[in-house]
Each structure stands twice: as C-alpha cells, then as structure tokens.
Design a protein around this ligand. Structure first.
Ligand code: ZN
Length: 238
C-alpha cells in the first residue's frame, strides 16, 4: 500500500527523534513538528473500574510533551523502579491530525485525521496515585522521557470507520489488553470534536484515545507486541 505524503513525513519525523541522538537545532525542529500529545483518561468503563475510578461525564484530558515521544522501534527504557516505583503500560489507539481543529464539528474532526497507530501511555502508577491523593497534577507520572511510545502511522483510509477498530497488546505472547473502539465512552470522532472545543488542536498533534482494561506492570525483560489489524510491532523492555 502506498503511503500518503503526510504519513511518510510523520513516520520520518518520529524515526528522526529516535535515530538522531544529538540535540541539533534541526532535530529540535523535527521534534517540535510532532505537536502536542493530548491524552484521554478513563475512556473505557472497564478500565475506570479496574483502577477504582468513577465513570466520567466528560472526557478527562491531560497532555504529554513532545520530549516524551519515542518510537516503538526503539527499546522501551523503564524508569528505575527503586526510585520511581511501578511503571504501568497502557496500550491506546492514537490519532494524528493533518489539519487544525477549533470548535469543530464531528464531520470536520473526521476529515482532519491524518494517521492512525497504536501507542503506549507509560505511567508511573505509584507516583500518580500519590499525586492524585495530594490533588496535584499528574505530569511527574506521565511526562518523563520515553513516556509516549508511538508505533508507525497508518493511513486512516485503511480502517474505514474508526468507531469499530480492535487492537491488542501482548506481553511475552500473553494477551494483556484487548481494545475495541466501539466500547469507548467518548468515541473517536466525537472525542476529537469535543477536545477542540476545550482548546485548539493543530496539524501534527497526537491524541491518545484512552486505554482499555488490563493495564499492569511493565517489567525488565518483557517483550511487548502491539497488534492493530494486519499491523504489528514488537519491542523489548530494558
Ligand atoms: Zn492512558
């Protein structure tokens, strides 16, 4: 399948972030081109229940900085558990925009989707619980370098309707998360439109649409496999 120019460009950007270790000015520009990463909390009822949380009445939004983005083609580097406690994996369907969205309609949101892939919203769960208990923001638990793992972007045309897409995360060949966007509390297109009413989204921005149930501990030596239809990506955890 031939890739759209947008998809090729974005995949090159994500690869460049990881291949080029030097912090040259051109690297900073490419990194910035990926845009902000907007994440959605508790978008699947079963996941809200497993962490003992209430079902939200509107999407819970938070962000990850561009500096947290890494390609799944790199090994996952887990923060030191002695210092930071448990790191959890959260496999999520991710969307990248190819157009700006501001107070958009659902149809406009649909048209603005430039790429689809899977990602891991890595979370320092112990630290997040402590921060929640104190009523403090989650950034320390969600924004560390490597906390946003993205696979390769796929043309949205390959999926047809994003309202019924299933995806899986396997760890050491055991199925851990089995997601289906049909089970989202806030479905993909409506979600993008709703976010754009809270703040503007721009071309290049990434939306991590929330994790299904089955989140758990990431351990050194684990082999992760993300599956999205005919596409799959594997990566070890260091
Ligand atoms: Zn998440």
């Amino acid at each position: 399948m031939s890739q759209s120019p947008h998809i090729s460009l974005i995949n090159a950007m994500v690869a460049s972030v990881n291949e080029d270790e030097s912090d040259t000015s051109s690297n900073r520009i490419k990194r910035a081109s990926i845009g902000k990463v907007v994440c959605v909390g508790r978008n699947y009822a079963a996941h809200a229940h497993e962490l003992g949380n209430d079902i939200p009445t509107s999407p819970i939004l938070f962000m990850k900085p561009t500096s947290s983005v890494v390609s799944v083609r790199n090994n996952i580097v887990r923060p030191d558990s002695q210092v930071y406690g448990d790191t959890h994996y959260e496999a999520e369907l991710c969307i990248q925009l190819s157009a700006d969205l501001s107070a958009a309609t659902v149809e406009q949101a649909k048209q603005a989707i430039g790429g689809v892939t899977l990602g891991l919203d890595l979370t320092l769960r112990d630290l997040q619980s402590q921060l929640k208990d104190k009523g403090q923001p989650w950034e320390r638990a969600k924004c560390f370098d490597g906390a946003c793992v993205l696979a390769d972007w796929i043309d949205p045309q390959a999926f047809g309707d994003l309202s019924t897409v299933s995806y899986q995360l396997y760890i050491n060949n055991e199925l851990k998360q089995d997601g289906d966007t049909a089970l989202m509390l806030f479905p993909v297109y409506e979600l993008l439109a709703e976010i754009s009413h809270a703040f503007s989204l721009q071309a290049g921005d990434v939306i991590m649409t929330g994790t299904p149930s089955g989140v758990g501990l990431l351990q050194a030596g684990d082999e992760l496999k993300l599956v999205l239809g005919a596409h799959e990506w594997q990566t070890p955890v260091l």
